[in-house]
Design a protein around this ligand. Structure first.
Ligand code: CP
Length: 316
């Protein structure tokens, strides 16, 4: 490959989609498109981050995000260290800042972090010099998930301006929902959310988003449905009577899709709860791009890492 995209992000860190511009998103997409070609070649590696050391620090469980970042870093030839809170000295009472500062003392340049506390990354960015990428902060943001979701939508339906994008499920507890909303609105899409009233915040209109409680009406409206799981681990009280009732009213299934006038694109960030928010028939159907999202995740994260690393170089 010749030179990967020219251009600089407006930001040193990726703390959330809230903090980046439409131009940043477009630059990430342009760069990710080039990296997608790279990871589909027989030789999948480029030397772009050869001198960079990245720590993946996960205080919460992850399958896709953790592996995707690690692969993206290795495809870019970065040195990588992985940290999981379970089995670490966090269990002995060490603070977040002490943990991260000890990792940085080993000459780490970038930190990819998942943490249960909303705002943990913003806090860290005020206290350390290394670049920080948010891999999910509690119920707040999951910016690389939103970027890979929007990138996958563009691949499937083209420019998102005036496209109708539906987000279904547990909006209240979902960082994917909030980051998707910020990203899709910046790209000019029409965004609607659908789910039980107890799982949708009351202030959605402040985000420029419409609310529809009837799933069949919402599905009839959209071009793309991004389906989210119920985040039971973040619910200290019961927000729905039962998963069975949730599946009945808000589960996306074959019968619901067959009633639509046109096929819609089906997405899910994972992990999927088959038979709850989505049936296996829908998840594995020809209209599902769930595994394309996972593939695109590596390319998008390569783009983010590459572009942030470029911010480290002295500018002319
Ligand atoms: N989509 C997502 O964040 O999945 P993981 O929790 O497995 O990383």
């Amino acid at each position: 490959m010749s030179v990967i995209s020219e251009g600089l992000l407006s930001t040193k860190h990726l703390l959330g989609i809230k903090y980046i511009t439409k131009s940043d998103i477009e630059l990430i997409f342009k760069t990710a498109k080039e990296f997608k070609q790279v990871i589909n070649r027989p030789i999948k590696k480029v030397p772009s981050l050869r001198d960079i050391t990245i720590a993946n620090i996960f205080f919460e469980n992850s399958t896709r995000t953790k592996l995707s970042f690690e692969l993206a870093e290795k495809r870019l030839s970065a040195d990588v260290v992985n940290f999981s809170a379970s089995g670490s000295s966090v269990k002995k009472g060490e603070t977040l800042l002490d943990t991260v500062n000890n990792i940085l003392a080993m000459k780490v340049d970038m930190v990819v972090m998942r943490h249960p506390s909303p705002g943990a990354h913003v806090y860290l960015s005020n206290h350390i010099d290394a670049q920080i990428i948010n891999a999910g902060d509690g119920t707040h943001e999951h910016p690389t998930q939103a970027l890979l979701d929007a990138f996958s939508m563009v691949e499937k339906v083209g420019d998102l301006k005036e496209k109708n994008i539906l987000i279904v499920g547990d909006i209240k507890h979902s960082r994917v929902a909030l980051s998707n909303i910020f990203c899709l609105k910046k790209l000019g899409a029409n965004v609607k959310v659908c789910g039980p009233p107890t799982l949708i915040q009351k202030n959605m209109h402040h985000l420029g988003v419409d609310v529809e409680y009837d799933l069949d009406k919402a599905l009839a409206w959209c071009d793309v449905a991004n389906i989210l799981r119920i985040q039971l681990e973040r619910q200290d009280i019961k927000f729905i009577p039962s998963l069975r009732e949730y599946a009945l009213y808000y589960g996306v299934n074959k019968q619901r899709l067959q009633k639509l006038k046109k096929p819609i694109v089906i997405m899910h960030p994972g992990p999927i709860n088959r038979g709850v928010e989505i049936t296996s028939h829908v998840a594995d159907s020809e209209h599902s791009i769930i595994l394309d999202q996972v593939e695109n995740g590596v390319a998008v994260r390569m783009a983010v890492l590459y572009l942030l690393a470029n911010k480290r170089k002295p500018q002319e």
